[in-house]
Design a protein around this ligand. Structure first.
Ligand code: ASP
Length: 452
């Protein structure tokens, strides 16, 4: 059995949904289909999810919502028309939105979640109706039937029992159309995953039914070895391991939601990223293991917006619990970190800058100084992380030297180097103004010539 997920652009219009139907029909193993809400039809279009967020915000402010609501209904109406579906489906959608808007507003986050999810939920119903109308027996299944998620305040994730609950879908005769992006808590409260979270739903379903393959249909042919917006015509990645994909999950590699790897990773279901608009292209396969041949580096990613907390204290290495106490201060501020390169008497904690505010920065600095008696504490902003990834890196010497030389030619100073313990990745922290130049230089160093 194959589980496939179709992203926003793949289900943005009647024409796109017809392509989806053809893809599903062309392989009888494609029995479970997870769908996003209609996404952008062209560059300046607005995703239905964003329209729904606008609607939710207007409802929270007690503003007039009819116009916002009608814009959403019209998007579905255009799709239904194009698919020659009966208009009653649009009445059902309008009624559903009115119901949701009347819902409990006591917790704003949950209220917004319930409206946001209407894009996926109604699209799944519409697509199931379309499949049936063209003679493909299909059934809409609600996440209420098993996709149980945790309660607030933590970010949404599927509880272990979700997998057992959804496992019986394996024996389905019809095609199941399942809305992506959300689940329900044990108490029956709807919660959405992060943006782009339909990838996660597809992965949960693939793991639950132990699918032979999880196909993730999007609007690009494959994952590229570097961000094509920065590097000219980068090499396509045909096969990549979960671990490599995970390490590359910085900017330019956001084709597949990083949290979506976890469910399939646990039981080893391979993932195939494919293009709805070019389904015969082989796409990129994400696999548990691969034989390492040819080029040692698989991909290079780069992302800006990092800050570093630098702490130094004489004899830090002898002080039992120093690292824990430092990280506790960040945990108290609800801050997650990416890397912690360290020396004998100093340590840097690298984190996403969007978690830092003037207030929490001041609190962190003064707590580190006073509670840990640090000699020096500084928070610095404006860094980029450049990550070189490849399973073959472990068996190759001199890669770090080659990378450092390529970086030095751009004139940038390397502020931090971190080699993951698995030796699958090498991370360089640099000032963000050098990011693109460095990405191009590294790509030239490791990928120029031989297209493997
Ligand atoms: N529709 C949601 C979003 O725009 C989820 C998804 O498409 O994966 O983020």
């Amino acid at each position: 059995m194959i589980v496939c997920k179709f992203g926003g652009t793949s289900v943005a219009s009647a024409e796109q949904i017809q392509k989806v139907a053809n893809i599903v029909k062309s392989n009888p193993a494609r029995k479970i289909v997870a769908v996003s809400a209609p996404g952008k039809r062209s560059g300046d279009d607005i995703k239905v999810t964003d329209l729904l967020i606008n609607l939710a915000m207007a409802a929270l402010k007690n503003e007039e919502i009819e116009e916002e609501l009608q814009i959403v209904v019209n998007r579905f109406m255009a799709i239904a028309d194009g698919l020659e579906l009966d208009h009653t489906i649009c009445d059902v959608i309008a009624e559903d939105l009115h119901e949701r808007v009347k819902g409990d507003k006591s917790n704003e986050e949950l209220f917004i979640d319930s409206i946001k999810a209407a894009g996926e939920d109604n699209n799944a119903k519409l697509i199931a109706a379309y499949f049936n109308s063209i003679g493909m027996p299909a059934r809409y299944v609600s996440p209420k039937d098993g996709l149980v998620v945790n309660d607030l305040p933590e970010r949404t994730y599927a509880l272990p029992e979700a997998y057992a609950n959804l496992a019986p879908l394996k024996s389905t005769k019809e095609i199941i159309v399942f809305p992506g992006f959300f689940g329900y808590t044990k108490a029956g409260i709807l919660r959405t995953f992060d943006r782009g979270g339909s990838d996660i739903t597809g992965s949960i379903l693939a793991a639950a039914v132990e699918a032979e393959l999880y196909e993730n249909f999007t609007d690009v042919d494959c994952v590229f070895s570097a961000n094509p917006k920065v590097v000219n015509d980068p090499v396509e990645i045909k096969e990549i391991t979960y671990r490599e994909m995970r390490e590359l999950s910085y900017a330019g590699f956001s084709v597949f939601h990083d949290e979506a790897l976890m469910p399939v990773y646990k039981i080893g279901v391979p993932v195939n990223i494919k293009n709805t608009n070019n389904p015969s292209a082989p796409g990129t396969r994400i696999v548990p293991r691969r034989s390492v041949t040819g080029r040692p580096v698989t991909g290079i990613s780069a992302d800006s917006g990092f800050s570093t907390l630098y702490v130094s204290k004489y004899l830090m290495n002898r002080e039992v619990g120093f690292g824990r106490k430092l990280l506790q201060i960040l945990e108290d501020e609800n801050i997650s970190y990416e890397h912690t390169p360290s020396g004998l008497d100093d340590i840097s904690v690298i984190m996403r800058s969007n978690q830092i505010t003037l207030e929490n920065e001041e609190r962190i600095l003064s707590r580190v100084k006073n509670e840990l008696n640090a000699d020096d504490v500084q928070m610095r902003h404006g860094f980029s992380m450049i990550v070189i990834v490849g399973e073959g890196m472990r068996n190759n010497t001199g890669l770090a030297a080659r990378a450092a030389t390529a970086i030095s030619k751009t004139g940038a100073n390397i502020e931090m180097i971190n080699q993951g313990s698995s030796e699958v990745s090498l991370v360089f922290g640099v000032l963000q103004e050098y990011e693109n130049q460095i990405l191009q230089a590294l790509y030239g160093e490791f990928f120029a010539h031989a297209r493997v």
